[in-house]
Design a protein around this ligand. Structure first.
Ligand SMILES: C[S@@+](CC[C@H](N)C(=O)[O-])C[C@H]1O[C@@H](n2cnc3c(N)ncnc32)[C@H](O)[C@@H]1O
Length: 245
């Protein structure tokens, strides 16, 4: 993956709440939040498992929970976790090292603008990211751009503002109690949880070939597939137009 940068020690003072409270978020991820690995596997892989060499990106990976889970379960794939928080990336790298994972890497990056080439990634996992990013449509558009035709994206977003507010509120409180400059973080004080109609409209803002939406009590999910024929069709149209000229 060209253009990726290696995590460095964090800049001080941290600009991100996740950078400031990385240990607390990692605890929540490990012990509080639901593990969607089975749903991700069903959504992204055929029943006999992923093809060897499949490249998967986890955007806003935090402590690398899914990148590591998938790499551990499917040694034939390669996962890359991308996040803005260098402290969370360091935790993700330690997690992968503790499990001796050779097929899992992490990189600092902004989901609004990814270095990956267009049509280059087989699958993208995005869990609990859209409720806190500044421009969620721009992030979804980046995902669409980098996915190869036929590539899939799995999105999981919480549905309950109240439940989401508990860890976020704790992080704000902890940052106030620590020496960090509370109030100067890029994350909102309240998570921007989407309603079901907003989630559907948001997901459909990109021209997916197919979209499946699902809801349970606490999460809403989207499995989006980029039309396998998109590129071929456009090429055919261009050739047809050129023939007319
Ligand atoms: C709520 S956490 C979700 C972490 C993980 N995906 C999970 O399921 O627990 C959001 C993560 O997104 C990261 N993040 C926020 N804005 C980002 C951006 N623009 N690009 C990449 N990562 C971002 C944060 O640092 C944080 O680790």
């Amino acid at each position: 993956m060209s253009g990726r940068t290696v995590p460095h020690p964090p800049a001080h003072p941290p600009e991100s709440l996740f950078e400031s409270c990385s240990w607390f978020y990692s605890l929540c991820r490990e012990y509080l939040f639901r593990d969607h690995t089975p749903e991700i596997s069903r959504a992204l892989f055929p029943p006999d498992g992923p093809a060897p060499g499949m490249r998967i990106l986890e955007l806003g990976c935090g402590p690398g929970f899914y990148a590591c889970r998938l790499s551990e379960e499917y040694p034939q794939i390669h996962t890359t976790g991308v996040d803005l928080s260098r402290r969370l990336l360091a935790r993700a790298e330690s997690r992968a090292a503790r499990r001796s994972l050779q097929n899992c890497t992490f990189a600092h990056g902004d989901a609004h603008s990814l270095p990956d080439a267009s049509n280059s990634i087989d699958a993208v996992v995005v869990s609990r990211l859209f409720l806190i990013v500044a421009k969620r449509e721009a992030v979804l558009s980046e995902i669409f751009r980098i996915l190869r035709p036929g590539g899939r994206c799995f999105v999981a977003e919480p549905t309950s503002g109240f439940r989401t507010q508990i860890p976020l509120g704790c992080m704000w409180l902890l940052s106030k109690l620590s020496s960090s400059p509370a109030g100067k973080y890029r994350e909102p004080r309240q998570a921007d949880v989407m309603t079901a109609p907003d989630f559907s409209a948001f997901i459909h803002s990109q021209p997916w070939g197919s979209v499946e939406l699902q809801y349970d009590g606490w999460y809403q999910y989207a499995v989006c597939e980029k039309d396998p024929d998109t590129v071929a069709e456009r090429r055919t149209q261009i050739v047809a137009c050129e023939a007319l000229l």
